[in-house]
Design a protein around this ligand. Structure first.
Ligand code: AMP
Ligand code: MG
Length: 498
């Protein structure tokens, strides 16, 4: 590596703890320079949140976030991990096209990873080219930032850069690099990588590191590894409940795409529901529907069982006792998920208190939505209006193929609401804080990608990013972005784009 690549870059105060972990946890890999980097987008607000000088950094952003210039203090590496992909175990995956530049401590003292995705080959690239295409980079930028604004833990997007080089997939596409910021990139698959090698010391080192970094309140516990497992299970149960609340389908919930921090990671073929359908699958590679919308909690629990397996030797010296401890904790996933889910659904229909019949009330609405083909997001948003004034009912009913099915439900709902103190106004206001007006609609993402790719027109991408930064506000100027697709606009399948 020539020194000049490392000179004159805007300062980033790196403090790289993962690079100090044992050598087989990662492999050094510098980004491969690209021909003609051009900055699509720089997330100045996130840069400031990281404690960086956004204005200074923006000047060097194309060079730094393409990997052409390596800021001082960076120790670029690929992380090793394994993973169950659609149920099949692969003992070595690793960052094949992502390079961790390093870590910074943000303004509130949290350690954050800065990683370039699509920055060239690493020792884990196998047959891949180490690159990313423009489409998936724009998709991840839009959706990860939208998830964050929706209040759901997610990795963030700091920058998107086009490389000026083609990438070869089924067709020739423009290459791009996404800079991703994460609480960490440690996955269930990172634990699996070490466990599969029989490296119990490595698993313990990683578990201690994760406790230190993500769950420091567990330090000094008398059973730290059981507590760690329980904490990750709790974080995943809450995360997946949040996904269901906003109609998000991750699409590839492989264990290598499951972060132990509890952040949503890897926005490959992810998509949001338009019409409510619990069996919905968008991903072209998910032929069996393993990762369908309503299957996500069960898969989350399955992934937690895989994490538990890696921790068994740390849970108890007696193997059967270790299995008992793990089983008890894994069994806790379901009730935790259910509690988070019902709690959030109650708030979506405007309830402050809990009553025994609430689950049935929520389920009756979902079932009317399913049979009526109602748009998931708009149903809840228009329900906010109906909470305020009964004249709102007409616009809501209009979303249902069979509006009569909704009418009975509305009177049950109003009877339930009347047993609580808030006025209609207050209730509507609270509901608008949990029922977004804007989600990243699949057809809009596809249109934004197409315009960028074919015409170099990033205006729809920009509009989406701006609108989705405030998803709970009506923003009349972006009204078309809140609408479901026309039949001819509907996206039927999404692709990983690897
Ligand atoms: P993903 O489907 O993005 O979660 O990736 C699964 C695995 O394939 C990871 O180990 C990636 O690093 C690797 N991978 C995906 N795309 C590429 C690529 N273009 N070049 C090298 N490795 C890749
Ligand atoms: Mg992945």
């Amino acid at each position: 590596m020539t020194l000049s690549r490392r000179e004159n870059a805007a300062p980033i105060p790196f403090d790289n703890s993962y690079a100090r972990l044992p050598g087989h946890f990662h492999a050094r890999a510098d980004p491969t320079p690209v021909a003609e980097p051009w900055l699509i987008k720089f997330n100045r607000g996130l840069a400031e949140e990281l404690g960086l000088d956004g204005a200074v950094l923006e000047k060097d952003a194309a060079a730094i976030f393409s990997g052409n210039r390596i800021p001082e203090g960076a120790e670029p590496l690929g992380m090793a991990y394994a993973g169950h992909q659609f149920g099949q175990f692969v003992p070595l995956l690793g960052d094949g096209r992502a390079i961790l530049l390093g870590e910074v401590i943000d303004r509130v003292g949290r350690r954050r990873d800065i990683q370039l995705k699509g920055a060239g080959k690493t020792p884990y690239s196998r047959r891949g080219d180490g690159r990313a295409a423009l489409g998936p980079v724009l998709r991840e930028y839009i959706v990860s930032e939208a998830m964050h604004a929706l209040g759901i833990p997610a990795t963030r997007a700091l920058a998107a850069v086009v490389t000026g080089e083609p990438v070869y997939r089924e067709e020739v596409l423009p290459g791009a690099v996404l800079t991703r910021v994460a609480a960490s990139h440690i996955r269930v698959g990172t634990f699996q990588f070490l466990a599969a090698r029989g490296d119990t010391d490595g698993v313990r080192t990683l578990a201690d590191y994760v406790i230190d970094r993500h769950y420091p309140h567990l330090k000094g516990s008398s059973r730290p590894y059981a507590d760690l497992l329980e904490a990750v299970i709790g974080a995943q149960a809450q995360l997946i409940a949040g996904w269901l609340h906003v109609g998000f389908i991750h699409g590839v919930m492989n264990t290598d795409n499951c972060a132990v921090s509890g952040e949503t990671i890897d926005f490959g073929p992810c998509a949001f529901l338009d019409a409510y359908d619990p069996t919905k699958v968008f991903s072209s590679i998910d032929r069996g529907g393993r990762y369908a919308y309503a299957s996500q909690p069960a898969i989350g629990q399955w992934n937690m069982a895989r994490l538990a397996e890696t921790l068994l030797p740390l849970l108890d010296p007696e193997p059967s006792e270790a299995v008992n401890i793990a089983n008890d904790l894994i069994a806790g996933f379901g009730p935790r998920f259910q509690a988070h889910w019902l709690d959030g659904m109650r708030r979506k229909i405007g309830l402050e208190t809990s009553e025994d019949g609430d689950l049935d009330l929520v389920q009756a609405l979902l079932s009317a939505m399913h049979s009526g083909g109602a748009d998931y997001t708009l149903t809840f948003r228009r329900l906010c209006d109906a909470a305020e004034v009964e004249t709102g009912d007409a616009a809501l009913s209009g979303l249902f193929a069979d509006p009569a099915a909704l009418h009975g439900w509305l009177s049950n709902w109003r009877a339930r609401c009347e047993r609580e103190p808030p006025t209609g106004n207050q209730r509507a206001k609270a509901m608008r804080c949990v029922n977004p007006a804007f989600i990243p609609r699949n057809h809009r993402i596809e249109q934004a990608i197409l315009a960028a790719r074919m015409d170099g027109d990033f205006s729809l991408f920009e509009a989406l990013v701006e609108a989705l930064a405030n998803p709970y506000q009506d923003q009349p100027k972006f009204a078309p972005l809140a609408q479901p697709p026309q039949p001819e606009e509907e996206v039927l399948q999404t692709f990983c784009g690897t």
